[in-house]
Design a protein around this ligand. Structure first.
Ligand code: FE2
Ligand code: FE2
Length: 267
């Protein structure tokens, strides 16, 4: 898989509700953004902690590109989250809770299980990114800067979708370790996604709006209904022979690379 580190910045006058699908769809993606700075630092640390197991020069190069890509994602999501803070959302408290969970994971779990947690979350970021890229309706009519940011992140998550997994294999990670970490991650991550949604909607005064919840439900599960498409790749992770490269995202990425190159040229 070709990996490119694109040092892009996404800024401009971005409205609070930047997604055409409604307020609750904007806050859903905003809620995901709040995970990234602490989450991606955790990913980088858990992969780096296993560097000594990586002897293949190609995987070493991919690992370094992975660290650089995630580092730039963190920078842009910190800026994204600063905009959310300026809109009055309780970003500090929410980020702190994410940091606390990951600190606990770092203290309690052995290093290889921490890498298993990273592999599980990287599978989520890759398949959710693939969903965003494969169905243009997901960001249809969204603010252009925000759509470009999410597509950039989605492309790079797919470029490096195998890296943490290959480092885990090089570190002799077992099937049982990655299956059990995926189970735990699935429960905690989706509970937190829901919590973020409720907190952001509480903050903007829409948490009791049936219309806002319905809009979100329709967007996620019916039209375009991306969540339903996550089930098959999610279950595939539990197959002992699973490898992230079996979902070949390359033809999809080819469609977006030119647009990203244009953004880089204009930067
Ligand atoms: Fe990322
Ligand atoms: Fe990633």
């Amino acid at each position: 898989m070709t990996m490119e580190v694109r040092n892009l910045r996404f800024e401009g006058r971005i409205p609070k509700y930047w997604h055409n699908g409604g307020r609750s769809v904007s806050t859903f993606l905003d809620g995901l953004s709040i995970f990234f700075p602490a989450g991606e630092r955790f990913f980088i640390n858990s992969v780096r902690a296993h560097e000594k197991f990586v002897t293949d020069p190609e995987l070493r190069a991919q690992m370094h590109a992975f660290v650089e890509q995630e580092g730039l994602h963190t920078r842009e999501h910190l800026r994204y989250n600063a905009r959310l803070r300026a809109h009055g959302y309780p970003v500090d408290a929410m980020e702190k809770r994410v940091v606390n969970i990951l600190d606990r994971v770092t203290r309690i779990l052995p290093a290889r299980l921490q890498l298993g947690v990273t592999c599980a979350l990287e599978h989520f970021t890759a398949v959710m990114g693939q969903m965003v890229l494969s169905d243009p309706r997901i960001l249809d009519g969204a603010d252009e800067t925000m759509a470009a940011l999410w597509r950039w992140h989605a492309v790079e998550e797919n470029e490096h979708r195998s890296v943490a997994f290959d480092v885990f294999l090089a570190a002799r990670g077992t099937y049982a370790e990655r299956a059990v970490t995926m189970l735990g991650v699935s429960i905690v991550f989706w509970a937190k996604v829901f919590e973020h949604q409720a907190r952001l909607m509480h903050s903007n005064g829409t948490v009791t709006s049936g219309r806002d919840w319905a809009e979100l439900g329709i967007h996620l599960f019916i039209t375009p209904g991306g969540m339903v498409k996550l089930v098959r790749p999610y279950l595939a992770y539990y197959r002992p022979s699973f490898h992230p490269s079996e979902f070949d995202a390359e033809p999809l990425l080819a469609r977006y690379r030119a647009a990203l190159a244009d953004l880089q040229a204009a930067a």
